[in-house]
Design a protein around this ligand. Structure first.
Ligand SMILES: O=P(O)(O)O[C@H]1O[C@H](CO)[C@@H](O)[C@H]1O
Ligand SMILES: O=c1cc[nH]c(=O)[nH]1
Length: 233
């Protein structure tokens, strides 16, 4: 047991899928995993372990934002010995050629969060994906007939920014999409020498203003779940 996860030792697999939304974790356990058992209900942040094509896999909600995700990732690595962390999240597109429901794989993550400024005494760290997981995810997506967009994303602390045009600067420098956790995930994975990857589905577009519904966000993003489960070790 850790402070925020009620699982016993060995109840969590070495590969964990990490949706922000705990109900997405429940949905995945119920619809994709065999023999799934709930190991965590603390704070309603569901965690399940089950089997996908014979492989033991867990899925754990993280909540929204770097501070919340960092609590779960620290505990998964340090209390449960997790080795592969695959975030499966939603994002907003920052580029005109990235459309609703497209898959974005984060090679790296820029951020407006101060976490790494604090950690690295004002200097800039470049949070980067595990190449092993990135290559596997890209190859698997292509095999499934899905063409993912791969590149730099933005991890923001402000879903509601005071300046509605602030994303345009990031977009000008080629950043593909915005979400709220990956810079924290990649930094902690590097610190503890484990593998991490973020796979995202585009839920809305800052370019066009289009958006999907909450129900769609919870249930219809099957492609990224399939890719994540297929690359689980
Ligand atoms: O769909 P999830 O995984 O929660 O990810 C995105 O959605 C939330 C904002 O609505 C933030 O957590 C952001 O990163
Ligand atoms: O953080 C997020 C997630 C989805 N869509 C956004 O615009 N931002």
């Amino acid at each position: 047991m850790s402070i925020h996860i009620g699982a016993k030792e060995n109840e969590i697999a070495q590969t964990v899928l990490l949706p922000g939304d705990p109900l997405r974790a429940k949905y995945i356990a119920e619809n994709f995993l065999e023999d799934a058992k709930c190991y965590n209900e603390v704070r309603g942040m569901y965690g399940f372990t089950g089997y996908y094509k014979g492989k033991r896999v867990s899925v754990q909600g993280t909540g929204m934002g770097v501070p919340s995700l960092s609590i779960y990732v620290n505990e998964l690595i340090n209390s449960y010995n997790v080795k592969n962390l695959i975030r499966i999240g939603t994002c907003g597109s920052l580029q005109p050629d990235i459309k609703l429901r497209d898959i974005v794989i984060a090679m790296s993550s820029s951020t407006d969060s101060a976490i790494n400024k604090i950690r690295f005494n004002g200097m800039d760290y470049a949070p980067t994906a595990s190449f092993k997981l990135l290559k596997k995810a890209y190859d698997k997506a292509m095999e499934l007939g899905i063409q993912p967009k791969v590149g730099n994303i933005l991890t923001t602390d402000t879903f509601y920014n005071d300046d509605p045009d602030s994303w345009k600067l990031w977009a000008k420098f080629g950043v593909l999409a915005v979400e709220m956790e990956t810079a924290g995930l990649y930094t902690l994975a590097a610190k503890y020498n484990v593998d991490a990857l973020t796979i995202l589905t585009v839920s809305d577009s800052l370019v066009t203003g289009e958006a999907t519904t909450a129900e769609e966000r919870q249930k219809t993003f099957m492609n990224m779940v399939k890719i994540a489960l297929e690359i689980a070790e």
